[in-house]
Design a protein around this ligand. Sequence first.
Ligand code: IPE
Ligand code: IPE
Ligand code: MG
Length: 242
Amino acid sequence: MATANLNIPRHIAIIMDGNGRWASERGLSRSAGHRAGAESVRRVVEACNEFGVQYLTLYAFSTENWRRPAAEIRTLMSLLGRFLKERTADLQRQGIRLQVIGEVERLPVLVRRTLDQVMAATAANTRGVLTLALSYGSRAELVRAAQRLAARVQRGELTPEQITEEALGRELYTAGMPDPDLIIRTANERRLSNFLLWQGSYAEFWVTPVCWPDFGREQFVEALADYTCRVRRYGGVTDAGS
Ligand code: IPE
Ligand code: IPE
Ligand code: MG
C-alpha cells in the first residue's frame, strides 16, 4: 500500500480493551487474554513503524484498574515486565523511544526498574515514540497539573494570568508531545474511560467490535483508511464561501 499521498496521523492513541472478553469467549482465563493482548501490541508497534506514525500511545493500565483483583493486577504487571524485556531489541531495531505517562511511582519496583532500563536504552531513538499509559488517569493528571501550577504561583514564578492552555499543557505527563489525531478503542465500547481528556479534545475517534487480542495490521489499516477520509474542522468551516 502506497502511503505517500495519504494523510497519516502523527499520533495514534489506543484504548486496548476486550482482553477478558476475548478469553472468556474461548473458555480461557483472563490472564490468557492479557498474554494474547501483548502480541497485539507488538503487531501495532510494527504497523506504526511501517506507515510512519510517529507517536503511538497505548492505554495499558488505568488509575481505575487498581480496583481489579490483586491476582489480575499481578499478572498484568508481570506481563508488562516480560514484554518490556522481550521487546527492547525490537524497539532498538525500529528506532523507537519508549516513554511512560501516569503515576509510575505506584507501579511495582521491579517493573519500574525495567521501565527505567528500557527508557534509558532507547532514549536516543528518533524514528518513533511509544508511550505506555500506566496507572494513568486523565483527571488525576489534570489535578496534578493544577497543583503544580498553583505551587509555581505560590513561589512567585507565575501570575494567575500566565496560566494559559500552553502552560497547563506543559504540566501534563504528555508535555512536549503532539495531541493525538486518532483515538482507537477496541471491543465495541464507546467511552474514553478517563483517557487523554484534555489532549484528545479534537481527536478523531474510531471504534471496532474486534477485541484487542484480535487487533492486527488489518484493523490498523482500516482505522487509518477511515481517518484519511475525515474532515477536521476544529470548530471552523471547510468551505469559506457563502
Ligand atoms: C483490557 O482488557 C486490558 C486492561 C484494561 C488492562 P480488559 O481486561 O478490560 O478486558 P474486558 O473489558 O474485561 O473484556
Ligand atoms: C480502559 O479499559 C483502560 C485500559 C484499556 C487500560 P477498562 O476495561 O478498564 O475500561 P471500562 O472499565 O470498561 O471503562
Ligand atoms: Mg475492559
